[in-house]
Design a protein around this ligand. Structure first.
Ligand code: ADP
Ligand code: TRP
Length: 353
């Protein structure tokens, strides 16, 4: 395998089953980068998942299932360092250190925080006090610690996480400006990062939005979910002559655009453009579009479902590699925390001989 010295890091929260947004926004790139021989760190962001907890959830079960799905998709814990965020508790110390130099106004401009805040705003004004947690406001600080602790060069994430990576870069720059060139900033997320729409037509397919098509969905579930996508609106006339999804999808009703985007991602170009032609001619075709898309989704999921149930892809296998990989990432992480402690003038070589 080719080796590439650049460091890749990314995380996914263990809040449920992996969906097509996670796959095309993140996991597909994880696999490509692993194949290209980069030093890859992929972790399960269980600390981050605690910001959306409603009652006690079985994060551990989700973690095991997600990791078995990773393996089924082609991620290999012998090639990539796959670990659990909470197995690297020094991330929490780095978060604390960064928290001391990060102002609240900067964090209040974070889109996740702003969205949650605006949902709380009633027509009569904001509720008294602020019910959102310190952890939610500080979400980007923890994410900066995840990224900077392994000295990442690139952070493959979907478009929804672009701002968080930019905030990590800002935090690194602020730290280096005050305490010397200690931290390595990653590259910003590419402008063309993908965003998969939800099956309800909303802007983002997401576990918390309950609008997902999952990698472990079987044929029946896939068909049921896709048939349920609202397509009652007649096709709207398209201004653009291009078949490029970027040009065409914004002109379609959102839930129809979600179906076309998935078809574009999964089917050969000719199949996708054939359906674009039907849309332009306003044929009666939504039923056919849905069954065709369901077939592509089912064919995509089949090997993943088989890999998930493969005899060697067990909970024990996952627990073993989690332990081994946490041991591999710990020295790298402690080295960064130690450098930050030194630069800030606290502690005395606690983690280094
Ligand atoms: P979710 O939003 O479903 O809870 P996460 O927040 O854990 O998933 O996201 C894990 C990774 O998947 C991130 O890199 C994120 O950018 C990517 N991702 C999640 N949803 C989408 C989507 N709809 N389109 C593109 N990428 C996505
Ligand atoms: N916040 C990311 C998400 O919701 C998950 C995540 C946590 C992450 N830490 C990270 C992604 C560091 C990339 C790098 O999807």
């Amino acid at each position: 395998m080719a080796t590439n010295h650049e460091v890749i890091l990314s995380g996914v929260r263990p809040t449920g089953r992996l969906h097509f947004g996670n796959y095309f926004g993140a996991i597909k790139h994880f696999i490509d980068l692993q194949k290209q021989g980069y030093r890859c760190y992929y972790f399960i962001a269980d600390y981050h998942a605690l910001t959306t907890i409603s009652e006690r959830e079985d994060f551990f079960r989700h973690t095991l299932d997600m990791l078995r799905t990773y393996v089924a998709c082609g991620l290999d814990p012998r090639k990539s360092i796959i670990y659990r965020q909470s197995d690297l508790p020094c991330t929490a110390e780095l978060t604390l250190l960064f928290g001391m130099i990060t102002n609240i106004g900067f964090l209040e401009r974070g889109t996740t925080y702003k969205d949650k805040m605006s949902k709380l705003t009633s027509p009569e004004g904001q509720p008294e006090g602020n019910p959102l947690s310190y952890g939610l406001l500080g979400y980007p600080v923890l994410m900066a610690a995840d990224i900077l602790i392994v000295k990442a060069d690139k952070v493959p994430v979907g478009d929804d996480q672009r701002q968080h990576v930019e905030m990590a870069i800002d935090i690194a720059e602020r730290f280096n400006h005050r305490f010397g060139e200690v931290l390595k900033s990653p590259a910003p997320v590419a402008r063309d990062a993908i965003r998969v729409r939800g099956l309800d037509g909303s802007d983002k397919m997401g576990k918390s939005e309950n609008n997902t098509l999952d990698l472990l969905d079987d044929e029946k579930t896939v068909l049921k979910k896709i048939k349920g996508v609202p397509t009652t609106t007649d096709p709207l006339p398209l201004e653009t002559e291009s078949d490029d999804p970027e040009a065409i999808l914004p002109e379609m009703p959102p839930s129809v655009a979600a179906l076309y985007h998935l078809l574009y991602l999964l089917a050969p170009w000719e199949v996708y453009t054939d359906f674009v032609g039907k849309y332009r001619r306003k044929e009666r075709f939504y039923g056919q579009l849905k069954t065709t898309l369901a077939e592509y989704v089912t064919a995509f999921n089949k090997p993943i479902i088989e890999g998930f149930h493969a005899p060697d892809n067990t909970d024990e296998f996952v627990m073993d590699f989690l332990r081994d990989n946490a041991a591999k990432v710990t020295p790298v992480a402690l080295d960064t925390v130690e450098s930050c402690r030194e630069a800030m003038g606290i502690g005395h070589s606690l983690y280094r001989a």
